[in-house]
Design a protein around this ligand. Structure first.
Ligand code: GLC
Length: 755
């Protein structure tokens, strides 16, 4: 009988011995696992070890050309034999090209598992990974939540945790135990096409929401049948390229990296993160995939990360083909593995494994590095529960795509929508009005969902879920179709149907102009201009000329510049990419069934030459007159209106000076001074008045959503300690300097001294 039996026997027995120093240091409860890993490792050949480091794209195992399948998948037995059996690929990822039902996913993954178990010598289970970035988006019928940027706009940590948990449940229902999410890139360039996948421009928001998402996804035991492994990405700087394009160079000091980009990853590791994906970009000239300092020094060393480091898609080949830091693929494999890569996401073939076997045989890559990588991979598989029950076939998932998750999804979309303008209280609209709904995003489920929705680009309409409403359909449902006119208006960057829209606007009372961005991610999401496409601006200007009030609804990940059209419209609703329930949520906000409570998770620029984040340095605010009026974004980070009003008062500090070991209590009153229920997101900023490194003008330190009935007041407490006031100094150490700090909460300010 096969060695599978031997492995299972080893796995089920608990052995106790001490760990040697070159191993992953495990917690006490993990020590038994460490022993099991040692036992398996001792049985493995070099080829089998390298196989565990290989992560294949599913299409590499299928018949026919890549991504040519529409509704069935056919495994190619020769490819399966070669890649899964002979090379013994340890993990497989991605979809064939169409979203499969949980049942189809079960069949596919069961085939992969049983083949690997039955036909490889050791029968080590395969780890299946997927990008489930707003729900289990590649499983047909799953809940598709708003994207991460919407979660950030809701400033709702609990919602991020719930999204993580439901995504994990629906992934397990699909048999998938490993999720390439969340994105923890701090989005520092407004042009970046993947902003919608991030938690926005602030490190603290990304840290808090990212950690919550990971807790929801992994729980205390990722092997549970409703939990999965998280993979935070993309380490590091991917959302901060110098030109705002995808996979472009990042030019950045180590100081800035530690101050702004690292905290979300650090927080995630402290919250049990088990895998990290590396950024495809080059940081200060060094592609991160070969950056030993970054992967082995900083991530695995300094941050003490015990999990697996995986490359991004085809990025080892990219070291030779694009980055030009390796003379050939062989050298690329060598450099990346020596830098600390544990798994190579090699979508197409097993050339990574062939090269790596040779490199170990020739002594260019030491066996100890391979053992370290394989230990980490096996550890991940144990954590996913694969050795106990590789497939969990018999488990039922009755809550998959349930009514409750749909309603939660709707609530999350509602909480994220951000009201940016409401001149003369034009909103909420009267349900008796006659409305023209127009614009490229007005009648599209795909625009609401964006990229990573049933397909990678999210553009294929044939996989849209039945029963989900576009903005137009939701408005029709709410006020009756006979009161609603529709005209497409424009395409994304072309398609001029403006005359028709203007003609249809004339008999209407109000115009709802829905603009936005065509679904896309990665390279296809690159843009050359941040301005909203000209044709869409033209539509808004022409509609405004009718004299009817125009409400602009923006369905887009990025803050596309609207400087020219903003003065012409009466109301502006930012929906970001609100997901499958987005149409309903937008209609609810437009007609006042929901009071908007989202706040911008990034600075909304006015001009494409002024792209600063809110936590810039004061010198960024210098203007042409040498004054300090040079920071004039369209909307500030954290901006967002409500249909009610809130008053802040009585900001009080527990002391006007604290020591390095004290805790400062910050207390304030908040009142709903209007006439309807509302939720305010209170944002507490701190400004370090003077520091040895020019400080940010302010930094977000705490936030909270506060529900208030009309005329209700609440007293809120926040607490800060000296560590909240720390920054990274010139020697790249995190330190706290004594001095004066200012707290600001809306219009309230208070000052204290740290000694
Ligand atoms: C990509 C993306 C990454 C994703 C991976 C697998 O190229 O950059 O975010 O997880 O492919 O699909």
């Amino acid at each position: 009988m096969k060695l599978i039996i031997l492995i299972l026997a080893l796995v089920s027995s608990i052995l106790i011995s001490s760990c040697s120093t070159d191993k992953i240091e495990l917690s006490n409860s993990d020590k038994a696992v460490s022993e099991k890993i040692d036992s398996i490792l001792a049985l493995m050949t070099l080829e089998e070890k390298v196989g565990q480091m290989l992560n294949l794209g599913l299409p590499a195992l299928l018949t026919g050309p890549f991504y040519s399948y529409r509704d069935t998948l056919v495994f190619d037995s020769a490819k399966v034999q070669q890649l899964l059996v002979e090379y013994g690929a340890g993990s497989v990822q991605n979809l064939g090209s169409f979203p499969m039902t949980p049942k189809q996913w079960n069949q596919v993954i069961e085939f992969v598992q049983t083949t690997s178990k039955a036909k490889t010598r050791l029968g080590i289970p395969v780890l299946y990974g997927i990008d489930a970035v707003h729900g289990a988006n590649y499983t047909a019928g799953s809940v598709m939540f708003p994207h991460q940027i919407n979660l950030a706009a809701s400033f709702n940590t609990k919602a991020a945790e719930q999204v993580g948990a439901i995504t994990a449940y629906e992934l397990r229902a699909s048999h998938i135990p490993w999720n390439y999410a969340p994105v923890l890139d701090v989005a520092r360039h407004p042009m970046w096409g993947r902003i919608f996948e991030s938690f926005g421009e602030d490190a603290y928001v990304a840290s808090q929401l990212g950690a919550a998402y990971i807790r929801g996804q992994q729980g205390s035991d990722p092997s549970a049948n409703d939990k999965v492994l998280a993979c935070a990405k993309h380490f590091i700087g991917y959302g901060a390229s110098y030109n705002g394009k995808d996979r472009s160079p990042i030019l950045m000091s180590e100081n800035y990296i530690r101050q702004v980009l690292l905290p979300p990853f650090q927080e995630a590791i402290e919250n049990g993160l088990l895998s990290v994906m590396i950024s495809s970009g080059a940081l200060n000239g060094v592609p991160s995939h070969i950056d030993h300092f970054l992967i082995t020094g900083l991530l695995k060393g300094e941050l003490g990360f015990k999990g697996v480091v995986i490359t991004d898609w085809g990025d080892v080949d990219g070291l030779h083909a694009v980055h030009k830091v390796a003379a050939n693929e062989r050298e690329a494999v060598k450099l990346s593995v020596l830098a600390g890569i544990d798994i190579c996401m090699e979508p197409y073939d097993a050339s990574f494994a062939t090269h790596l076997i040779e490199l170990v045989k020739s002594g260019e890559v030491p066996m100890s590095r391979i053992d370290d990588a394989v230990r980490r991979v096996l550890y991940l598989k144990f954590k996913a529960g694969l050795f106990n029950n590789p497939s969990l076939y018999e488990v039922e998932y009755p809550n998959f795509a349930s009514k409750e998750t749909d309603s939660l999804n709707h609530q999350m979309a509602c909480q994220s929508i951000t009201l940016l303008k409401n001149e003369a209280s034009v909103l909420p609209l009267n349900k008796k009005s006659r409305i023209l709904v127009t614009g490229v995003s007005s009648n599209s489920i795909n625009y609401l969902n964006g990229g990573w929705s049933r397909t990678w680009s999210g553009q294929d309409t044939s996989y849209n879920d039945k029963g989900k409403l576009t903005i137009l359909q939701a408005v029709q449902q709410k006020i009756g179709s006979n009161q609603v006119c529709y005209a497409p208006g424009t395409g994304y960057v072309d398609g001029d149907f403006i005359n028709e829209a203007v003609a249809k606007a004339r008999p209407c009372d109000v115009i709802v102009a829905c603009v936005g961005e065509k679904p896309a991610t990665e390279k296809p999401s690159d843009i050359d201009e941040l301005d909203l496409p000209e044709i869409q601006q033209e539509l808004v200007l022409r509609l405004a000329e009718t004299g009817k009030p125009v409400i602009l609804v923006m369905v887009q990940g990025r803050p596309r510049i609207i400087r020219y059209i903003e003065p012409k419209v009466k109301g502006i609703v930012m929906a970001y990419l609100p997901g499958n329930e987005g149409g309903r949520a937008i209609a609810d906000v437009l007609f006042g069934d929901v009071n908007p409570s989202g706040k911008l998770p990034y600075t909304y620029p006015r001009n494409s030459g002024s792209l600063w984040a809110y936590d810039h340095q004061l010198s960024d605010e210098r203007d042409v007159n040498f004054g300090l009026a040079g920071f004039t974004p369209q909307y500030q980070f954290g901006f967002g209106l409500s249909y009610t009003t809130f008053e802040y008062s009585a900001l009080k500090l527990s002391s006007d000076s604290i020591s390095m070991t004290d805790t400062l209590k910050i207390q304030f009153e908040i009142k709903n001074s209007g006439t309807r229920n509302g939720t305010e997101v209170a944002l507490l900023f701190v400004s370090d008045e003077v520091a040895s490194i020019s400080p940010a003008v302010k930094q977000l330190k705490r936030f909270e959503r506060i529900d208030l009935n009309p005329q209700e007041s609440k007293s809120i407490d926040f607490f800060l300690t000296a560590s909240d006031l720390a920054f990274v100094n010139q020697q790249n150490q995190r330190i706290t300097e004594p001095g004066y700090f200012t707290i600001s909460l809306a219009d309230q300010k208070a000052r204290f001294k740290l000694y």
